[in-house]
Design a protein around this ligand. Sequence first.
Ligand code: CA
Length: 337
Amino acid sequence: MSANGISSSSNTKSQRQIAKLTYSQAKRKGQLINEANSAWTTNGVDNDQAGWYRARNVYDINALSLKYSDNSLGNNAETYDPLLPRRPWLTGGTAPVSVETAVTEATLDRLQTNYDAEDNVYLKPAGLASGGTITQWLDQSVFAHNLNSGGSARPTWHENVKNSLGVLRFDGVNDCLNINPVAWLNSIPQATFFIVCKPNATTGQSAMGSDNGDIRIFSDAGAWKVGMAGVTAGQASGTDANISAGNWYYMSVVYNGAGATDADKLRFKVNGNWITLSLSGTVGATTNASNTEFAVGCFNNTMFFDGDISEVLIFDTLLIDPEVSSIETYLSNKWAI
Ligand SMILES: [Ca+2]
C-alpha cells in the first residue's frame, strides 16, 4: 500500500494518516480493490479486470455484417464466426505494420511462407552487399520453406529500390528460385496468397507458381492471371488486371475449394481491386495432389520473370476479407504502392 498517498513524501503527515485510515476502513468493509503498482481503490471497479473481455475478444463488425449486407462475401450461405479471438486493430483505425498485426493468431499459424527482400537479413549469403547474387531467400514463417537456386539462375538483391526498401531482381533469362518437395501445398482445400512485384514485361512471365499450376500468378497478353486448383483465370472485363511494364503491383488470391460456385472458389485482387475472373474450367475442391516444386520467378523453368519481386506470402487457409484487406494495407503502405 505504498501508493494512494499513504507513503507519498509530498503529502503532509495528516494526509498520509487519512489515507491509511481510508485504506483500513475499506479493507474492513470489504470494499478494497487492489490495482497494479500497489495502488488501490474503493470505487467498485477493478481496473485489472476492466476491459479484459474487450481486449481478448474484440468483435469484427465487418464479419458480423457481411452475411447480411452481401458485401464481397464469397458465398452468402457462409458466415464468419464473429466470436473468433481477434486483435483489436484488425479492422480498427491503425494500419497494420507487420504480417503479425494484420491477421488473427489462428491465421498467422497457417502462414506457410513469407519471403521479404526489404533488407538482406533473410537472404543468403549472409551480409550480402547491394547488387550481389543470392543463394537463398529465407522463409520468415515458422516452417522454414526457404527458396534456393544455383549458378546463373540466381537473382540479385538491390537495396533502396522501392520505398527505400530492397528487392530481388530477376533477369528474365534464367533466374528462378524454388523449393521442393512441397507436401504443404498439395491437396489443400483453402489458400490465400500475395505477391509484390514490378514486371518489366506484360506477357508470358511467371511471378510465382507450383509445377502443377497451383499458387500461380503470371502475365499473359498484357494482363495478370492466376492459376489454382486446376484452372487458370484472368479478368473477364475491365482494366484493373492490365499490366503496365515498370509499375509496381500487390496482388491477392483467395481460394476456397468449398465455395458454392467457381466465382466463390477463386477470387483475385490487383492493387486492392477485386477482379471479375473468366475461368478456364471448373475450380477444383483442392490443389493438385502431386506438386513437387514451388517457384518464384518462373514456371517449370519457363516463363522467366523479368523484373523485381519484393515480398511473397502464402497461407494454407482462407483469410476473411478484412484480413485480406489488412495484409494489403500492410503491403501497400510498406512498399508505397
Ligand atoms: Ca541469370
